[in-house]
Design a protein around this ligand. Structure first.
Ligand code: FES
Length: 83
């Protein structure tokens, strides 16, 4: 299903990108161009992220982590690629 009509990005593409390590809305927006034109797809992109277990906020932190564990500062997709 097409999520972003302006950039012709499907939920499959978003899920594949998340599986490759993009776990923030900003990364998906930068790499795929979602929500960079009319912006009407932002909520749908965030829903796909939530369904895929990625953080739908801008923080990039997985919310599946128990609250008692210390919160590490997450690396961005690009930092992980560079490492
Ligand atoms: S539908 Fe995604 S930017 Fe317009």
């Amino acid at each position: 299903m097409i999520v972003c009509v302006c950039k012709s990005v499907s939920d499959r593409t978003i899920r594949a990108s998340i599986a490759e390590g993009m776990d923030s809305f900003d990364e998906l927006q930068f790499e795929l161009g979602v929500a960079t034109c009319c912006g009407k797809c932002e909520e749908s992109v965030r829903e796909v992220m939530a369904q895929s277990g990625a953080c739908a906020t801008h923080c990039g932190v997985s919310h599946a982590r128990p609250a008692a564990m210390p919160q590490a500062v997450p690396l961005t997709f690009y930092e992980r690629k560079a490492a």
